[in-house]
Design a protein around this ligand. Structure first.
Ligand SMILES: [Zn+2]
Length: 494
């Protein structure tokens, strides 16, 4: 009997302790009630769950209502779906879509409005984490960091372009992290010292800049009538990879042709920043079968577990230059200042001519449809054979109005669905798969305790309907709940 009393007492003490321990104290909390959480890893929808956020972290998730004290806001999410914020792992936040440096100087007001809207546009379409994979200008990066409401931004510390190669159009530009390729032996401006441009020196600088990856390029060029750009040698690429890994950085390489993908498959880089849509001498035949050589290249990438960013919108965005009707699309009003849309409308013909010269629109349109299909066929192959697909848009990829911030991600998702990628996979590619590939899965990618409170509250189930990504009720960024309408360019003018 005595024993039993002791036992009962200890249970009482224990449960008493447990109750007080389970009370969550909040100072700047957000509590989401009755949430239906979709986990991109298991695709399970848990119903009527509670999510508790303190500052910018998720501190509790569970089916039981937690006991709470302190200061917090409550959100009722009955009938809604909660997913992790989306990650676009290939963007460029530096420029103003399609405006040249000269045009930016001449149109300061438009540029200012665009830059103010840009972070909101990404959030408007649910992109709460961005990875800038370009030669982002440091002053633009710090300008972006100073904005209050914005997606979390990661970068590659300025592209490690190949000396005299693609991306280094002009030695007068400041390209602090170009890589000097001894075998090419070319003059470089006096201000640079060769020894500061070895893979080792460049990667060290990139790592010290706070970057999460090294970005380089394999691009002989797009115009067969001009001499090809120098491309990295195999030993240079392997050295870059060794240096990147030594510094705990991911090696991401631009490449979209058969030649590039073959090289990058052989050198086993971590991530190829574009799909294989340039099939070289092969053309998409009527049965849409992949030519043997391309299939073999993709097989090696699958075997290597290379990250594959389809970036389908690169080709589609360029193709939109043949269709100025695109500028009447109502969605653009949410993501671009109306002055910029007007500017595009006025200059649409000139923008076309700048890219395609006097080539007839119908031919350009037909060619780009073919290339776009090639990109889809290779993506489908990678997906069907369990390759590692990563969601990246390359926004904006070229001087076109066809890659608007945020909306371009939604268009990429629509294209992926048209390709035959199932909805659960599109969600995983744009969340947990991207997070894992860039070693950010401790922070993002799932709705889990301990992760950053970057979440989307959707009105529809994204596992049933792709348009759920354009039917967002609210965005939670770093624990801050923002109604979607407040992020629209239409609303923010009021
Ligand atoms: Zn890019």
């Amino acid at each position: 009997m005595k024993k039993l009393i002791v036992l009962m007492l200890s249970i009482l003490v224990f449960t008493g302790c447990k109750a007080s321990k389970d009370t969550i104290s909040l100072t700047n909390g957000l509590v989401i009630e009755n949430a239906r959480i979709i986990s991109p890893e298991t695709h399970v929808i848990s119903s009527e769950s509670y999510i508790v956020i303190e500052n910018d972290n998720i501190v509790y998730i569970g089916d039981n209502k937690p006991s709470l004290k302190g200061t917090f806001k409550k959100v009722e999410a009955n009938g809604k779906y909660i997913i992790p914020g989306l990650i676009d792992s290939h963007v460029h936040i530096t420029g103003v879509d399609a405006l040249s440096d000269k045009e930016q100087i001449e149109n300061k007001e438009i540029v200012e409005k665009f830059r103010e809207q840009l972070p909101k546009s990404y959030l408007y379409f649910g992109y709460t984490t961005l990875i800038d994979l370009g030669t982002a200008n440091p002053s633009r990066l710090s300008e972006f960091k100073n904005i209050t409401i914005k997606p979390d931004l990661y970068y590659v510390g300025g592209g490690a372009v190949i000396g005299n190669g693609y991306g280094l159009s002009n030695w007068n530009d400041d390209i602090p992290n170009f890589i000097y390729q001894e075998s090419e032996a070319y003059p470089i401006p006096k201000k640079y010292k060769k020894e500061n441009h070895s893979p080792e020196a460049v990667v060290k600088r990139i790592a010290e800049s706070g970057a999460i990856a090294v970005k380089t390029y394999y691009e002989p060029g797009f115009d067969p009538t001009t001499a090809p750009f120098p491309t990295p040698s195999e030993s240079l690429m392997l050295e870059l990879k060794t240096e990147a890994h030594k510094n705990n950085l991911i090696l991401v390489v631009h490449g979209n042709s058969l030649e590039a993908h073959k090289f990058l498959a052989k050198t086993k880089v971590d991530i190829v920043a574009h799909g294989l849509w340039n099939w070289g001498n092969y053309r998409l035949d009527s049965t849409e079968n992949i030519p043997q050589e391309i299939q073999e290249t993709l097989d090696v990438e699958i075997q290597n577990n290379t990250g594959y960013m389809p970036t389908l919108q690169v080709i589609n965005g360029l193709k939109e230059l043949t269709n100025s009707e695109f500028l009447n699309n109502k969605e653009l009003e949410h993501v671009l200042p109306k002055e910029l849309i007007e500017y595009y409308k006025t200059n649409a013909d000139e923008m076309y001519a700048n890219v395609f010269g006097d080539a007839p629109q119908n031919i350009i349109s037909r060619n780009f449809n073919r290339i776009s299909n090639q990109g889809k066929v290779t993506l489908k192959y990678i997906h069907d054979n369990k390759g590692k697909v990563l969601f990246g848009t390359d926004t904006p990829s070229s001087p076109t109005y066809g890659n608007p911030p945020g909306y371009n991600g939604y268009l990429e998702m629509l294209e992926m669905q048209k390709t035959g990628i199932p909805l659960d996979k599109i969600l995983a590619y744009a969340t947990i798969e991207n997070a894992k590939a860039f070693k950010l899965d401790g922070l993002y990618g799932t709705v889990e305790k301990g992760k950053k409170a970057n979440l989307l509250i959707l009105n529809k189930n994204p596992l049933e309907d792709i348009t759920a990504y354009n039917n967002i009720s609210s965005i939670i960024i770093r624990g801050r709940l923002i109604h979607r309408d407040l992020l629209s360019a239409v609303k923010s003018k009021k």
